[in-house]
Design a protein around this ligand. Structure first.
Ligand code: ADP
Length: 476
């Protein structure tokens, strides 16, 4: 639906609410019209059919009475019967005239009846001779009975139509209600779904930005304001990637350029301090060893910077092999023993009796351990200890490095894994470039593993990483 995708949110909402309003008003208008029509049919039934029905019945009662009195007159004669006949016929005439006045549509149907009735009541004639002959009254009765039947049939037809119209109105009302419901609920769900889909994409992009991973483009799922937002986000991500690449290239170039003169300086210092160019006194030796330490520190920093920029510019190539995890941990401890001794920090290990074998890249995982243990030593107070532990279960092999250092505040705990991030409290006092943890995390992620930290400020930190079972298995 590209046309719908390109509409903005306000237009989509407008179309949706217009559709709802149209269906609602169309249904209401139809129902209103139907109710009016029903009211007309009902009033016709009451005003015409019912009235005519009762008038015909009253006329028929009079005619039946006339027939009875004619029969009486023929058997026993007498003025009383004639008087009753005249009374009944007069009343009949009144009802007839009133009915015809109100319902002129019966004028033609009852024409014979009206003419004959007028002849019958002609005052010039002798009522005793020709007053309402029996056959005439019977004919009138037949006409009226037929009209009564027709009127009842008409009434039944109207009632049937009324019933059908009511049924139809109920159906239309129900359909209208269902369409309104479907449009209302379905439309709002669909809108929420599409808006949410776009929002979810943007939210994912922003979250990823926060984790410090290289910014990735988000999918542009609509042409509305959220689509524009996604496009703006992608433009920003592209700019960040460009800048990051420029920074990485610059660091790589700079590191490379500094490395060569630095090596020359190191070699020169080494040559001088070993006495190649003549005897070196105690004081000179002290300064030369400081210069040597500083060049080692600078070389280390440069190699970290180059590692990071290399990891960024190319995908990490891992060469997994079966590695004895206990031995791996022990060898990292051994390498850092001199640094720990120099800081008066004891290195302790808690390794399982069985020797777990990890399927991992030895060099890279050793780098992770060296970074974590190196940090632990660096942040540990004089006379404290650092513990390196190893545990394995069905799903993973986990390495942990615990220290009794200053700990890391909760809000900083995720930030420390970002490149160049250093806690504000240690920036001035402790040496570093904020790269060790970023490199370590990248390596663990590359193995499909997980790295985390547990720390309470003032009570030390524990950095752990685990390698999943498909790259780690235990031997007995
Ligand atoms: P750095 O070279 O600065 O140590 P890292 O990436 O190794 O770089 O560490 C980043 C930041 O994390 C450090 O500057 C420090 O603030 C914090 N950090 C790392 N390890 C520890 C630790 N064991 N105890 C306390 N803070 C730590």
């Amino acid at each position: 639906m590209p046309a719908v995708r390109n509409l903005n949110i306000a237009t989509k909402l407008l179309i949706w609410s217009c559709a709802l309003i149209i269906v609602f008003f169309a249904t209401t208008a139809y129902l209103f019209q139907q109710v009016r029509r029903d009211a007309e049919v009902s009033s016709h039934i009451v005003d015409v059919n019912h009235e005519v029905d009762s008038a015909i019945q009253r006329m028929l009662e009079r005619l039946y009475s006339v027939q009875d009195n004619i029969r009486r007159y023929k058997i026993i004669g007498g003025d009383e019967a004639v008087q009753f006949i005249v009374e009944d016929l007069t009343r009949f005439g009144e009802i007839l005239n009133a009915t015809l006045e109100k319902h002129p549509q019966y004028t033609n149907e009852w024409l014979d009846l009206t003419i004959e009735f007028e002849i019958t009541l002609d005052p010039g004639q002798n009522p005793n001779d020709n007053l309402a002959p029996d056959t005439t009254v019977l004919e009138w009765t037949d006409i009226l009975e037929q009209s009564l039947l027709d009127n009842q049939a008409d009434m039944e037809l109207s009632l049937t139509r009324l019933h059908e119209a009511g049924q139809q109105a109920t159906d239309v009302g129900l359909y209208g209600l269902v369409i309104c419901l479907v449009l209302g609920v379905g439309g709002s769900l669909a809108l929420a779904y599409f808006l949410n889909r776009s929002l979810r994409e943007i939210r994912r992009g922003i979250r990823e930005l926060g984790t410090g991973t290289p910014p990735r483009d988000v999918r542009v799922l609509s042409g509305d304001e959220l689509g524009e937002l996604a496009l703006a986000f992608n433009a920003m991500a592209a700019r960040l990637r460009r800048e990051e690449k420029m920074r990485a290239d610059f660091i790589a170039m700079l590191s490379h350029e500094i490395r060569t003169p630095l090596t020359s300086i190191r070699e020169a210092v080494d040559l001088i301090s070993t006495g190649t160019f003549g005897a070196v006194n105690e004081k000179q030796h002290r300064f030369l060893s400081i210069a040597e330490k500083e060049t080692v520190r600078l070389t280390d920093l440069l190699s970290r910077l180059m590692t990071v920029s290399r990891m960024e510019s190319e995908t990490m190539e891992l060469m997994p092999e079966a590695v004895d995890c206990s031995r791996l941990a022990a060898s990292a401890v051994e390498r850092l023993e001199p640094a720990a001794t120099a800081k008066n920090v004891a290195l302790k290990t808690e390794l399982p009796d069985s020797a777990p074998t990890c399927l991992c890249d030895l060099g890279h995982v050793q780098q992770v351990l060296l970074n974590l243990i190196g940090n632990a030593i660096k942040f540990s107070p004089d006379g404290s200890s650092v513990t390196i532990s190893l545990a394995t279960d069905d799903t993973a092999t986990t390495f942990c490095v615990s220290d009794n250092g200053p700990g890391i505040p909760a809000k900083e705990q995720q930030l420390v894994f970002q490149k160049y991030y250093r806690e504000p409290e240690v920036r001035e006092s402790v040496d570093g470039a904020g790269l060790g943890l970023a490199i370590a995390k990248r390596i663990v992620d590359g193995h499909g593993g997980r790295m985390w930290l547990e720390s309470t400020p003032g009570h030390g930190s524990t950095f752990c990483f685990s390698l999943p079972n498909d790259t780690a298995k235990e031997t007995t």
